[in-house]
Design a protein around this ligand. Structure first.
Ligand code: RP5
Length: 159
């Protein structure tokens, strides 16, 4: 299976980002986590992104806060799908959300909601599941479980 790269702009993002790692591990999806900043080490980000496909990565998750340019800087250097996680610091994360999602035409970043590392992991798994039948089934099973849980909550409310 191809790997997921989970990169973050600072280790201060780790408490949010590690939720993606926990979920990918549970799915049996191989991943690596790295800290690299679009602003503090731009060359490293560019080099990592350019080499990611030949290093066996299938998806890149990039998390950053404030002027969150990491996902965009990665996307500028690879045609692998890039999922951006805007990290909340100030401004309820709106600064990071807009910095992540407002990409120029031609260089897309698939942004999830503010701090939504879980959705980033699920989306990465969904992308890889296109060529991984077992992973695809696991994701379908999770959906059924989710539906059952909501229906159970609804039933409890009727008592
Ligand atoms: C961003 O600036 C990082 O992704 C982090 O969310 C924020 C603050 O970084 P630190 O000053 O805590 O390293 O680039």
């Amino acid at each position: 299976m191809k790997k997921v790269a989970i990169i973050m702009g600072s280790d201060s993002d780790l408490p949010v980002v590690e939720k993606a790692a926990v979920l990918l591990k549970d799915y049996g999806v191989p991943y690596v986590m790295r800290v690299m900043s679009a602003h503090r080490c731009p060359q490293r980000v560019a080099e990592f992104s350019r080499n990611a496909e030949k290093e066996g990565f299938g998806v890149i998750i990039a998390a950053a806060g404030m002027a969150a340019h990491l996902a965009g800087a990665v996307a500028a250097n690879t045609t692998l799908p890039v999922i951006g996680i805007p990290i909340k610091s100030g401004m309820e994360g709106l600064d990071a959300l807009l910095s992540t999602v407002q990409m120029p035409s031609g260089i897309p970043v698939a942004a999830v909601g503010v701090n939504n590392a879980k959705n980033a992991a699920i989306l990465a798994a969904q992308i890889l599941s296109l060529s991984e039948p077992e992973l695809s089934q696991r994701l379908k099973d999770e959906r059924v479980k989710m539906t059952d849980e909501v229906e159970e909550k609804d039933r409890r409310l009727q008592k």
